[in-house]
Design a protein around this ligand. Structure first.
Ligand code: FEO
Length: 392
């Protein structure tokens, strides 16, 4: 695709990756993604903001074919989907200065073996004049790595936000056209890579309040002409209290755990609690991560296998522990054949979660009337806890 004009002297560049289905060998990308770079021409200097994943380097180099001079390459984030083509760009423009945070400098030297002489580091709030245009660099750690920053183009009110406010959607639309679709993709993206750093993201959002942002141009997905839409969504995800929701990832081998899950979900719904249920044998973990953004309670459903939780259930606990959602309560349900340490093993896997553990319900074989009554009691206890905290 050719470069696309956003404003006079400001262009989208980059690549649409329609076929990518996995990121970091972990994160599902059901809708592909884009790697957005931006070219900003001032009256005296020209800057390229971010590059593209090295797999699509040729697309960016083709767009740069008629750009005779680049004075600055701004690298917001050292991860290779944005930085991976910097070496080729610097090869084409050997006099260009590579602008980064001090922390990103070391990371880019390690990851891409870029020579130290190429770098100019910038402090938080530092500005760079391109002549009639001014770039302000705002350090925004942990969106998504510790070295990340964003750039504010003062004269046009554009925030170039890299991963922050991004979404994995491959599309030919330059701007947001379907807010519902973008909301879901952006929430998935937040859940998968930024939720663990929620308190830092709160600070980053507060920091942006002092800028008059008219447009947000992320390095994945579409450009926001209505910045309030995505900033309000982020505020909700990071500041709002939990909601009256139970997230229930489960796996079943011979249907006993599944019977418990079905009964338990029905009991929760009767008591006014919403449930997001995920069969771990088939689920998209991005959807599970997204559900954890708002939920008050996590209940893991698992059979006992080889004396412990099913590996899929262990994976879901490991994931929740890594993502550090704002959940307040945790429990476990499931079936066993003769014994084991399922509860102890799972409970030991979530040290990062500051949760109250509500008594688990484990049954021997298929659930008996007594086991179903215990599930009713667990559902009632969860509903009561949610009510006490005014989770709605
Ligand atoms: Fe899109 Fe953290 O890289």
């Amino acid at each position: 695709m050719k470069a696309r004009k956003i404003k006079e002297g400001v262009f989208w560049m980059g690549a649409v990756d329609w076929d990518r289905r996995l990121f970091d060998s972990l994160i599902p990308l059901p809708d592909g993604t884009t790697y957005n770079a931006y070219l900003v021409r001032g009256s005296e200097k020209t800057a390229l903001l971010d590059t593209v994943d090295p797999a699509m380097a040729n697309e960016l180099l083709e767009q740069l074919k008629d750009v005779s001079q680049i004075d600055y390459v701004i690298s917001h984030h050292a991860e290779q989907d944005h930085s991976g083509t910097i070496p080729q760009v610097l090869e084409k423009y050997p006099n260009a200065k590579l602008i980064t945070t001090p922390k990103a400098k070391g990371m880019l030297m390690d990851l891409l073996q870029i020579p130290e002489a190429s770098f100019t580091t910038v402090e938080d709030g530092e500005t760079l004049s391109l002549g009639d245009r001014t770039l302000t660099f705002i350090h925004t750690p942990w969106v998504h790595w510790p070295e990340t920053m964003v750039t504010y183009l003062e004269e046009d009110g554009i925030l170039f936000s890299c991963d922050f406010f991004g979404s994995h959607i491959a599309t030919t639309d330059l701007y947001v056209t379907d807010e519902g679709r973008v909301y879901e993709a952006a929430k998935r993206y937040y859940a998968e890579i930024m939720m663990p750093f929620r308190t830092v993201i709160q600070k980053n959002l507060e920091k942006l309040k002092s800028y008059e942002i008219q447009m947000i141009a992320p390095s994945h997905g579409q450009i926001f002409q209505d910045p309030a839409f995505i900033m309000d969504a982020y505020r909700d995800w990071v500041f709002s209290p939990c909601r009256n929701i139970v997230v229930l990832p489960y796996v079943s081998m011979h249907e006993s755990t599944k019977r418990m899950v079905d009964y338990f979900v029905s009991a929760l719904v009767e008591k006014g609690v919403k449930v997001e249920q995920f069969n771990l044998a088939v689920t998209d973990i991005g959807k599970l991560a997204m559900a954890l953004v708002d939920a008050a309670t996590l209940v893991v459903g698992t059979p006992t296998v080889l004396a412990g939780p099913h590996p899929y259930a262990a994976y879901s606990a490991f994931l929740a522990n890594a993502l550090r959602p704002k959940i307040k309560f945790l429990s476990i349900i499931g079936s066993y054949g003769w014994g084991g340490k399922t509860v102890e093993t799972l409970a030991g896997m979530v040290p990062n979660l500051k949760v109250e553990v509500i008594d688990p319900v484990l049954c021997k074989g298929v659930p008996s009337e007594k086991d179903l009554k215990a599930l009713d009691d667990l559902a009632a206890a969860i509903a009561e806890k949610h009510k006490e905290h005014n989770f709605t």
